[in-house]
Write a protein that binds this ligand. Structure first.
Ligand code: CQM
Ligand code: MG
Length: 382
């Protein structure tokens, strides 16, 4: 804002009045950013650990059948998430919270499976007890807390501080990380600031159902495409040379979530955190689920949610690079060991930039196969 304009608006006392574009008023100083927010809280991480998180498998800790399956899913799912929010009815909220405390205490999650939770929304009557109970009782077992319906960086700042206070109170040894769900138009408009709001930020997921409702999109599906969202080929010319509007014309269904996912991926990449596609509600349509997951994988997401055991395998398949891509990446690395110059491989140009693309694939393949002998074997034979 210019000084004249600031004066005209009656804020002439502040010659450098903070404009809306200047977000620094939301931020702590760079030097304080990695200091604990409470005396006795663990020191924040400077880098988000890149642990395999191809699927975040949701279970309802108040559902005895689902809860009983958790120990068998250790080592099968990269992430197990005890859900306390939507899909858990109001009179089961406490049972879900207590169920999760018990599961966290009694289950050995091993080295490769993380335990996450999704807490109730910040305006709900349950969230304060969710945080207090979980962090002080099982804070050292919980890797990530997923926060629903995040509207802006102020929501993350609130969580950041209260987590530090509770970690200090519970003697938690390492900081619990935070994952935001993008499910409101305001959250979407603030996604870059949300991604950078705290060193605890681990990642962001798309929440397609709440987001669709909040935006007044007209799909009633939980994620996935829509046959009405399409482009149609031009009409062919009729016998008289005029367009034949009545003739058959192929249509191409488009991805309803393309803009949202792409923007979320950029926000996450710019802040060194991880983007995830969210849920795919049509459990029986495993084919379309795989397609949606793959679109997200290709655009940069590292994983998706699994709502039903059948979706774990889909995510594992999609979010692990294919043997073919790994083999190609290796060939490029062999042809250009230091990643410089330009060469031809199978009639295609490879250079410094495509070498980097190959490194993304190889690094992911290495990280995943370190935990998964089957995958390691597949890549070895590729
Ligand atoms: C879809 C439902 C109702 C079908 O449940 P079902 O019982 O009808 O399915 P089934 O095929 O008959 O189940 C077979 C067996 O698998 C078990 N089972 C089934 N699911 C699971 C599971 N997740 N984890 C572990 N076990 C599971 C189930 O208990 C059963 O066990 P049994 O053989 O012993 O009888 C059920 O799978 C379910 O409740 N899934 C989780 C739903 C959920 O968490 N929703 C919230 C996330 S999506 C969301 O919130 C939106 C978002 C982001 O916020 C936004 O876009 O805005
Ligand atoms: Mg939701």
């Amino acid at each position: 804002m210019s000084r004249t304009r600031a004066a005209l608006l009656g804020c002439g006392r502040y010659p450098y009045a903070v404009s809306r574009e200047d977000s620094s008023h939301h931020m702590r100083s760079a030097k304080d950013f990695f200091a604990p927010l409470a005396v006795g809280a663990p020191t924040p991480v400077t880098e988000v650990p890149a642990r395999p998180s191809r699927m975040i498998h949701f279970f309802d800790p108040s559902n005895p059948k689902m809860a009983a399956k958790v120990p068998d899913m250790v080592g099968v799912s990269d992430v197990l998430l005890g859900n306390l929010e939507d899909a858990v009815v109001a009179d089961k909220k406490e049972a879900a919270r207590e169920g999760l405390v018990t599961i966290a205490k009694e289950t050995d999650f091993g080295e490769h499976t993380q335990l996450w939770t999704r807490i109730n929304s910040l305006d709900s009557p349950w969230v304060l007890d969710d945080l207090t109970r979980l962090v002080t009782e099982v804070g050292d077992t919980l890797d990530v807390i997923m926060v629903p319906k995040v509207q802006g960086p102020e929501d993350i700042h609130y969580i950041d501080r209260i987590l530090a206070q509770l970690e200090a109170k519970g003697g938690v040894q390492r900081p619990i990380l935070v994952h935001a769900i993008l499910e409101t138009a305001r959250g979407m408009a603030n996604v870059e600031e949300i991604a950078g709001a705290s060193p605890r930020m681990q990642g962001i997921s798309l929440g397609p159902a709440d987001l669709a409702a909040d935006r007044r999109m007209k799909t009633t599906r939980v994620g996935g495409g829509h046959p009405g969202y399409l482009v149609r080929q031009d009409p062919a010319k009729g016998a008289d040379g005029a367009p034949d509007y009545q003739g058959e014309r192929p249509v191409f269904q488009q991805d309803l979530w393309h803009y949202t996912i792409a923007r979320m991926v950029d926000a996450c990449a710019m802040h060194g955190i991880f983007p995830f596609y969210g849920p795919f509600g049509d459990i029986k349509d495993t084919v379309a689920c795989e397609d949606q997951f793959r679109n997200a994988f290709l655009l940069g997401c590292v994983g998706a949610w699994s709502l039903h055991p059948v979706q774990i395998e889909i995510a594992k398949k999609v979010f692990s690079p294919s043997a073919e891509d790994v083999a190609h990446a290796r060939r490029v690395k062999e042809a250009m060991p230091d990643g410089r110059g330009a060469v031809m491989i199978d009639g295609k140009m490879e250079d410094d930039a495509s070498w980097k693309q190959c490194m993304v694939v190889l690094e992911l393949a290495e990280r995943l196969s370190a935990n998964d002998p089957e995958l390691a074997k597949m890549y070895e034979e590729a």
